[in-house]
Every structure is written in C-alpha cells, then in structure tokens.
Design a binder for this molecule. Structure first.
Ligand SMILES: Cc1cc2nc3c(=O)[nH]c(=O)nc-3n(C[C@H](O)[C@H](O)[C@H](O)COP(=O)(O)OP(=O)(O)OC[C@H]3O[C@@H](n4cnc5c(N)ncnc54)[C@H](O)[C@@H]3O)c2cc1C
Length: 482
C-alpha cells in the first residue's frame, strides 16, 4: 500500500483509527486459532457505516483485499488477515442503537459484545438467546458471520433464527439493507444468505436482533454416568419422550477434570456427565424434570442432582463454558474441533474417536452440544514434541471425515475459515461449490472480501462454472486439490 493510501485512510479514520506500526499490527495477526498467522498491512478501526463505506471504496479502487474482524475469538482462522490486505476491526462500533421491547427487537452495531445485549434488556425480563461459550467477549458481527451457536440453541435456534435485519457494506462500498424488524419480507432471504457467510460477502454494520422473554422457571439437572455411551442413551431417551430441553450438554472424564481444575464446578468424577436444562412455566418444568431424572436413573446414572439455587445453576454452566479454555490445565496445546453428526450416531462415533485416540497416542477430550449432535473433540498434544502437532492435525481431520461419513458436517458453529477450507471438497460436490461461488461473486465480483477463506479452490468470478476437470497430476495421485 502506498503512502498516499495510508494518508487517505488516516484522513477518514483519524489518528486513533488506523494501526500501522508492526508491533501493534501483531495483535491482529491471528484469531483464537493461533496456528495460522499473517501480518496485515494496516488495521482500520471505523466508528460509523460511512467510514466503512469510505474504506471499502478505497479497497475497491486499489484492489486491496480486506478482512472484517470482531473480537478475534473465532476458532477456524476466519479473521486471519489476508497477505497484502487490511483488517477492518469493528471494535469501536459498539453502540446499542435501539431497544424496542414492545416488538421484542434490539438494533446494534456489530462490535457489541453478545452478553451485553442480554445485559441491556435483562431488567425487563428479556434475553438474547444464542449463547456461545465465548459470549462475554465475542461480538454480534462475528456471531452473524459464523452463525454462532451455544448450549441453548437446541431450543431457541442458532444466530440465524434471531437476526431479522442487516445493514451491510458491499465490497464496492454500496450500503445495503436486508430484512427488517418485521417478518416475512418478500424476495430472497438475504439476511439468511449473509448469516454464516464468514465475512466473504461484505461488512455488517448494523444488526436487528430478536430478543426473547425470560421463561417463568429454569431448572438444570446434572447426571453422572459411567460412560458417554450411557449418557448418550439418556439423551436419546429424553428426546424420544417428546421433550425439547433448553439445553443438553455432555462432557467426558477429561473435560470434567479440566473444568473442575479451572472453576471448581463441583462436578462428580465420572465417565460421562450430562447437563439438562428445562425452562417454561413452573408446573411444566417441574413435571418434565421428574421425567428427565427418571430416564437418567433408568439408564444407570450414579448421581442425579437438580440445582437448587441460581448460584448453583450458574456454577454448573460456568464449568461447561470454561471447558475449552480449561484444557490448558491438562495439555500445553490442543486443537478444538467442531463436527456435527446425527444425534443417534453419538455412541458409535465416540467409540471410534476413542479408538483413534488410542491408536495415535494422543488424548481426546469431548465436550459437546449433545442435543444438536454437535461434537467438540479437543485433541491434546505438545508442540515441543516433534511430530505431535501434525499428528494432532491428522487426527482432528480424521474425526471430521468420520462426521461426513456419518452424514454430518465439518462444522456446526465455528465456521470453515482458513482451517477447513480444504475439506469443503470432501463435503460438497463440485456443482454445489460452483453455485456457492456464483453467489459470492454476485456480492463481490472482484473477490476482495476475505478472499482466501471458506472455499477450497478460489476461482475468479469470470471463470466459467461447470464440471471440474481434474489435473493429470491429481488423477495420478501425485497432487491434491485444496
Ligand atoms: C473459548 C471459546 C469458546 C467458544 N465457544 C463457542 C460456542 O459455544 N459457539 C460458537 O458458535 N462459537 C464459539 N467460539 C468461537 C467464536 O467465539 C465464535 O465464532 C464467534 O462468533 C466469533 O466472534 P468474534 O467477534 O470473535 O469474531 P472474529 O473471530 O473476529 O471473526 C469471525 C468471522 O466473522 C467475520 N466478521 C467479524 N465481524 C464481521 C462483520 N462486522 N462483518 C462481516 N464479517 C465479520 C470475520 O471476518 C471472521 O470470518 C468459541 C471461541 C472460544 C475462544
């Protein structure tokens, strides 16, 4: 980037809004997946839609790739800078613009922290339902881009269910408004297209969210089983009984150990721990909770405990939400994976993961959204021991291949980003990828928005879509296509 471009950006953003010194840029060289690092040329910190628009017009004119960034907690390298490009951090766009309780809507800027939305409406008995474990630090813009999930998305739905309208700036600087506060806008579901697009279609600058009335009663049950197999059978039993709990979470013994060491959640030592939360009217919750407890006991739970106070309930969740970060207590390094399988395949896949873990000599901890079939295997390794990091990466990848084989997906909520783009070809057929690419090009024909992420083989927008013709080296098994 030339000195003229830097001064143009400085004129738009003011001296506080542009980071360009190498030391400060280092903060932005990765997201929470620190295996990948790229230094950006500059980081812009806009405070308004007009500033985002002015930045993108320069990027468009000069063909500079850009990556939007929220809080940088992403686990798939989505906010990883692109070589030669800039990062647009939304950290200073963090105003809650409107609270409309009558219509159960809140309008926010993208840098607002997830938990702050609930913080703003909690006194009026409302909450924002999607609750990623990172919710005290991750941004709404990042949640929208990743279609973030969380423990309570089993009942309430992922981010996409709660985003009704978006203001976005496209890569050429055009400001667009998709959706609104009301439901059922005619035409294509463009908010639906934008949610989960991982920053590849433009930059979100305003989000209209749905908020939900707090239920009359919430109860959380904790059940200890000898193994995750039994805990899995309890999950099937609860769902088969026709219940839709607010959350069903499972942790194996390694995950329990780590969480206990970190936050002393008073979890029983066992092979498979189930957390089941029910919410709704008091009478309904109390009746159904008795049924849940009976199902757990009938499957052999050694302990069934219902939290008696809000403090006890908060502690149970604190342990679960701290489980990823707590892995540092058990291992110097770990990879967090995020695969989805049909819920019924849980016992089978957990057994296979156990066998793969034994064969590779690497420990795998499991903590997951059992109700959604969304696994989070954590592959533990030590980078200092030669060969362990690549072995951990191979094991993590093999687990995802297993998810595909079982009819599931390579990501439930953490996104494809940089990390899993080479697996998209294993999950989708060529015409599927070509269709997605055409959609991307409709928004961003020059491919400037987060251009190297999500897709295995970045194609140019002018490229003729159609059947992929493998290269002779690929056919000979000498080269692989990413
Ligand atoms: C300890 C821990 C626990 C986690 N638990 C969960 C969990 O339970 N559920 C879950 O879903 N995720 C979880 N995550 C992953 C992560 O927190 C989520 O993916 C979150 O949505 C990322 O938000 P962010 O603001 O940090 O976004 P970033 O990491 O900054 O960016 C993520 C992606 O969003 C894009 N982006 C950001 N802002 C914008 C914008 N304004 N416009 C366009 N694109 C944008 C970026 O380009 C990037 O592709 C966890 C992460 C950690 C570290």
């Amino acid at each position: 980037m030339t000195a003229e471009i830097f001064s143009e950006l400085r004129a738009i953003l003011g001296p506080q809004g542009l980071v360009s010194s190498p030391d400060e840029l280092r903060t932005y060289e990765s997201d929470a997946l620190t295996n990948f690092r790229v230094m950006p040329q500059a980081v812009c910190l806009p405070t308004s839609t007009a500033q985002v628009q002015a930045i993108l017009r320069i990027c468009h004119r000069e063909r500079i790739p850009f990556v939007a960034r929220g809080s940088g907690t992403g686990l798939s390298g989505g906010a990883l800078p692109v070589a030669g490009g800039i990062v647009i951090s939304m950290a200073r766009m963090k105003r809650i613009l409107e609270v409309d309780l009558e219509n159960q809507r809140v309008v926010v800027e993208p840098g607002v922290i997830n938990l702050d939305v609930t913080g703003r409406v909690a006194s009026r008995d409302y909450f924002y339902a999607p609750d990623p474990s990172s919710q005290s630090v991750c941004s709404i813009g990042g949640n929208v881009a990743e279609n973030a999930g969380g423990a309570h998305c089993l009942k309430y739905g992922f981010t996409t269910t709660h985003v009704l309208g978006l203001e976005v700036v496209l890569a050429d600087g055009t400001v667009m408004n998709f959706g609104s506060k009301t439901l059922d806008a005619p035409g294509y579901d463009l908010p639906g297209v934008f949610v989960g697009s991982e920053g590849t279609l433009g930059v979100t600058t305003k989000v209209t969210l749905r908020i939900v009335k707090r239920p009359e009663c919430v109860q959380t049950l904790l059940a200890a089983f000898a193994s995750t197999n039994e805990a899995g059978a309890a999950v099937s039993g609860i769902i088969a009984a026709g219940m839709l709990p607010a959350a069903i979470e499972m942790m194996d013994s390694l995950a329990i150990q780590a969480a206990e060491a970190a936050v002393h959640a008073n979890y029983p030592a066992c092979g498979g721990l189930l957390l089941v939360e029910l919410d709704g009217p008091v009478a309904e919750v109390e009746t159904l909770m008795e049924q849940v407890a009976a199902i757990c006991r009938s499957i052999g739970a050694s302990e069934v405990r219902v939290s008696q106070t809000d403090e006890e309930r908060a502690l149970v969740w604190k342990g679960r939400k701290a489980a990823f970060a707590a892995m540092g207590r058990l291992s110097p390094n770990y990879l967090v994976q995020d695969g989805v399988i049909p819920r019924t395949a849980l016992p089978e896949i957990l057994n296979e993961i156990e066998q793969m873990s034994a064969a590779s000599g690497l420990r795998v901890a499991n903590v997951f959204h059992a109700g959604d079939g969304n696994l989070h295997p954590l592959v533990l390794y030590d980078r200092r021991i030669e060969g362990q990091e690549p072995a951990a990466e191979r094991l993590a990848e093999r687990i995802l291949e297993l998810c595909i084989e079982k009819g599931g997906s390579i990501t439930g909520e953490h996104g494809v980003g940089e990390e899993k783009k080479h697996m998209m070809g294993k999950m989708f057929a060529e015409p599927d990828l070509a269709t997605m690419n055409r959609l991307r090009c409709a928004f961003d024909p020059l491919m400037l928005a987060n251009p190297t992420k999500v897709f295995p083989r970045p194609r140019m927008c002018g490229e003729q879509p159609g059947e992929y013709k493998p290269h002779p080296l690929e056919l000979a098994g000498i080269a692989e296509r990413f």
